[in-house]
Design a protein around this ligand. Sequence first.
Ligand code: NAD
Length: 501
Amino acid sequence: MDNSFQGLDRFAAGAQYIGGRPRPGTSGRAHTVVDPATGEKILDYVLASTADVDDAVAAARDALPGWAGATPGERSDAMHRFAALLAERAEDFAHAESLQCGKPIRLTREFDVPGTVDNTAFFAGAARHLQGQSAGEYSGDHTSYVRREPIGVIGSIAPWNYPLQMAAWKVLPAVAAGNTIVLKPAELTPLTSLMFASAATDAGIPDGVVNIVTGAGRDAGEHLVGHPDVAMTSFTGSTAVGRRVAEIATSTVKRLHLELGGKAPFVVFDDADLEAAVHGAVAGALINTGQDCTAATRAYVQRPLYDAFVEQVADLMATVRVGDPFDEDTDLGPLISHAQRDRVAAFVDRARAYATVVTGGAAPGGGGAHYRPTLITGAAQDSEIVQAEIFGPVLVVLPFDSDEEGLALANDTPYGLAASAWTRDVYRAGRATREIKAGCVWINDHIPIISEMPHGGYKASGFGKDMSTYSFEEYTQVKHVMYDNTAVARKPWHRTIFGDR
Ligand code: NAD
């Protein structure tokens, strides 16, 4: 294995990154980062306390005037250097991400890391292109224009499934718009968020602009969301925790951005390219071992293609190589933890009572948190396996007859993050894009994302957008500035107050 990983000694100073420096947490509570592929310990660290969160918010507040006052060009330059440094350190990031998450090294090298570099370059460019409504004399007597200003200190919370990309999606638009940020990564996966913040410092982004607190959700997380000096909360994670975050953020009147769970449908019409749909379903269901909020989880296949689809998906799943993330031949790594593997297995075991496990449905053995690609048929639409977010390598397939039925089934969960439709008929495709209630609808593909386009949900999948200029704008506030042009002391509209005096 060729890698340039610099080793774990760099985290010896602690798993907090505050004011441009790493330091240990002060909660007194130890946490261990575990390699899910082996169950072995990677790193022990001390979780952040609420006092650490206070320090991080103070560092972000102190850095705010300088960073918000920098010109867009200055911010852009620093972010371009940041993108270049991330590209230089790509192999190091890929290795650390694979190590802490169990992701196959091919995935981190070809998706997580280049995606993050591209996102950084995108926001470096976007920093110089904030758009506002044009200025003009709308009342006749005044000139109005819009200023887009940073919001202030942003408090962000991220999940463990794509730690590096989630850190990037939170930090980059916020910082490009002149805000400063405190990011709380998931306790299980702090390594690449810490490396990301330290690369920002090395690229010349001033101390305190990007801070990381690695603490537990219940104390450090809630303290960050409720903090009076935090102006906006941006959260990615489960819908259940999102509700709690929303309560706290609402009670402190914060701007809120929620990227929550998903249960993406995958609708195959009877004119679809079957081979493309089969490959798309297996790739879309298994990416990141199914721990992807947009993963294909429910395939609805029109009756004429149903049997062939099930058979071919089962055959293709059986060829997927489950194993060591650092073996370049491995297709599917472990789940994030043994607890998550057991949770997924429990969903599948409960489904055996009412559905058929066509393939998979078992752990392959060994010390890792692996689980075989699993295909389930015969489940009712209202069953748990069809409705609940499983977050594992599990695909459920159901048949449908009319186009109306297929689209109605696709919309029939509380979630609305992403969906795909498979057809060669442009009218069917158009109808699917209009009728499916999701933040992203793919036609004849499932999963690709790009920095220029927004990612975000409908319904219980949340609101707010990541990536793209839509997300950039969410990290700004709009101010209307209005100048009087008449230089008249007694203005005509004063009549409404003073009569004709
Ligand atoms: P989670 O909701 O358990 O945790 C997410 C983060 O919230 C973690 O950092 C955790 O420490 C923190 N947290 C937990 N309790 C908290 C509390 N009471 N207050 C504040 N913070 C708290 O989610 P997870 O298991 O880490 O990640 C998987 C979930 O994330 C899935 O539901 C998945 O769909 C979702 N997700 C959504 C998107 C999206 O873009 N919509 C992207 C990735 C993941």
